[in-house]
Ligand binder design. Structure first.
Ligand SMILES: [Zn+2]
Length: 357
């Protein structure tokens, strides 16, 4: 697949030498303020009386949730919400095991849902009793509407919709359907090179006790161990409560992106179709920057670091070596992957522009 060739967003500020630890929430606040302080203030003012609807569009594993969470961290989350279609369906699944909640949900659907299958059949699909049918878009929209009812007055980012080509028209008229008639809406396209997603899946590990996720390649822990038998390095959970638990990878993750190839292809098709549509504003988020021009656009601390490990044979201690992580983008260009906070600067500035602030 070829890349999207989105413009590179310049986050480098001339003359500013200060550097930040972008994994630290406090440092991140200072960073957001330095690089997008004016825009953050304008968005905060706008959100006191207005809202917007943003559709997050990116391939599976491109970190859609991460960027919105950081956007909310920067502007404050009292006026912005993140809605994930997957999470809504999962929470409805849970609700159905509670008799009262189920009754309330059925009543809501009987009142607000219109569509090709019965409410009963829709519930069977949600519960997984019917695995042959897909949940119709009309049911999904009714469930989203129910969620939005609880979020009145807040701007929303929607994750997971449109999921396929047949849902595209619904997304164009979504704000009218949901009663957000005059609120601006826009698409947020997220482009992450496939090698970045592939490597992240292949190197991800979790703590078996607290489930904290890490990556042996791009998100190391403070302490690293070495297994004499397998001759492999492993991460040790940072949380003292876990008693130096050894982090492990999930089965199937070694396949990387290939395990989700068919989903990736649908996501790619949806993105390319939406990119060609007129009349709706578009935001472009680009996760990678070609190595040869990176210095002009970003600061070093905004680039995802890569970790390597070395065993000191004399002390049997593991040394962690940090370098700049280099991957190839979808056009084969040697690139760096940006840390999520740096990509979020592009989101904040483009939202500000689209809202005309
Ligand atoms: Zn742990």
């Amino acid at each position: 697949m070829s890349g999207f060739s989105f413009p590179i967003f310049k986050t480098k500020v001339a003359g500013v030498k200060q550097s930040f630890k972008l994994e630290d929430p406090k440092d991140r606040q200072k960073y957001f303020k330095l690089k997008a302080g004016e825009e953050i203030k304008k968005i905060q003012k706008y959100l006191k009386k207005n809202t917007f609807v943003g559709f997050l569009l990116g391939k599976k594993n491109s970190g859609k949730g991460t960027y919105t969470k950081l956007f909310m961290e920067a502007v404050g989350n009292e006026h912005v919400a993140h809605i994930s279609i997957g999470d809504i369906v999962r929470s409805v699944h849970k609700e159905l095991s509670d008799k009262n909640k189920k009754k309330e949900l059925v009543e809501f659907l009987q009142k607000r849902y219109r569509g090709p299958i019965t409410v009963e059949k829709a519930l069977n699909i949600i519960l997984g009793r019917d695995t042959k049918s897909l949940l119709p878009t009309e049911v999904i929209l009714a469930l989203v509407e129910r969620q939005i009812d609880t979020l009145r007055g807040r701007a929303i980012f929607i994750d997971g919709f449109p999921r396929d080509l047949d849902q595209i028209s619904y997304s164009l008229y979504f704000r009218a359907l949901m009663g957000y008639r005059d609120d601006p809406d826009f698409f947020v396209f997220i482009d992450v090179p496939e090698e970045v997603m592939d490597q992240r899946i292949k190197t991800r590990v979790i703590c078996p006790k607290c489930q904290t996720p890490r990556s042996t390649r791009v998100l190391a822990t403070k302490e690293v161990g070495y297994d004499q038998k397998t001759k492999k390095f492993y991460l040790i959970c940072d949380d003292p409560a876990c008693g130096k638990a050894r982090m492990i990878s999930k089965e199937g993750d070694s396949l990387g992106i290939e395990a989700i190839r068919s989903r990736i292809e649908v996501d790619d098709k949806v993105m390319r179709t939406l990119l060609g549509l007129n009349g709706i504003d578009k935001i472009y988020l680009r996760n990678s920057v070609p190595v040869k021009i990176a210095k002009n656009y970003v600061d070093d601390y905004e680039i995802t670091p890569g970790y390597k490990y070395e065993l000191d044979k004399s002390t049997n201690k593991v040394k962690t070596l940090e370098e700049l992580w280099i991957i190839k983008d979808d056009d084969g260009e040697k690139s760096y992957s940006l840390l999520p906070a740096a990509v979020t600067i592009g989101l904040i500035k483009q939202v500000c522009k689209i809202l005309g602030l």
